[in-house]
Design a protein around this ligand. Sequence first.
Ligand code: C2E
Ligand code: MG
Ligand code: MG
Ligand code: MG
Length: 283
Amino acid sequence: SAKEAGRSCFKFYRDSMNATAAIRLQLEQDLRTALKSGEIVPFYQPQICAETGNIVSVEALVRWLPAQGGIIPPDEFIPIAEETGLINDLGLLVLQHSCKQAKQWLDQGHRIRVAVNVSAHQFRQLDFTQVVEKTLKECNLPPSLLELELTESVIMSDAEENIKRLIELKNLGVTLAVDDFGTGYSSLSYLKKFPIDILKIDRAFMCDVNSAPDDIAIVEAILALAKSLKLGVIAEGIEEAEQIDILKSSKNLLLQGYLFSRPLAAEKITPLLNQNFTHFMQN
Ligand code: C2E
Ligand code: MG
Ligand code: MG
Ligand code: MG
């Protein structure tokens, strides 16, 4: 079946991550082709306002849908894309799809922001800001409906250079989020210097938040930090309503995780946009 074919393909690529150069070269070529043939697309995962239960934004998460069926997750091909520089084409493709999709939702009456992951490689391109600006213009998307997710390590890799880049991006009017917050650098002073809007609490801290006191302490510290710096917070990896309890008192809080929805193809997201998720939050 197509599903089985997809699974073996999936296995093939996973194994190839530590396989010979020849197989990796094959994967690179397949990825190059897939980027042109439309097999690479973003899925979208809802981010829900904790106060209202409405979807306010979605995260674009890239998927490879091979012609023979199945779904290859990003961990299977992002590393190769990074190594080969294909990540720039991939990133642009996801950015373009996402902006087009957000504009389409807007035209249908849904004011949904779309969050796009930006890799180190992309962020370091000298014309990255212009690429973002051009894409927003081409799609006729209000910049406020685009969010860019950067990891701490990308931001901190060259703090002085990056601060300029972030200010440029901020001046476009886009929203800037720190992805996987808490897993990278320990220096927090950059949060004050950099024009960041949102901290995304890494899934690792949310996992055991009801059993592990250490994780609770970290999550509470991040919430307090966000509050005093007036930053928004997104908690990812919410799988159970119990995980939300610890977060409840915070303002400007968005929730993301399998409890609400897995990442889905755009056409499967559209019918969810009118839905209210409050009942998912009660345990
Ligand atoms: P990320 O940006 O931290 O994305 C969150 C990951 O957590 C996604 O995995 C998402 O599917 C997963 N997730 C969300 N809710 C839950 C949950 O409740 N439980 C569990 N177990 N997992 C959950 P995914 O889609 O496999 O993406 C993995 C990573 O690949 C992303 O981590 C991001 O670093 C990277 N990635 C994905 N799309 C892109 C892209 O377009 N460009 C770049 N540069 N990287 C991407
Ligand atoms: Mg992300
Ligand atoms: Mg993340
Ligand atoms: Mg992550």
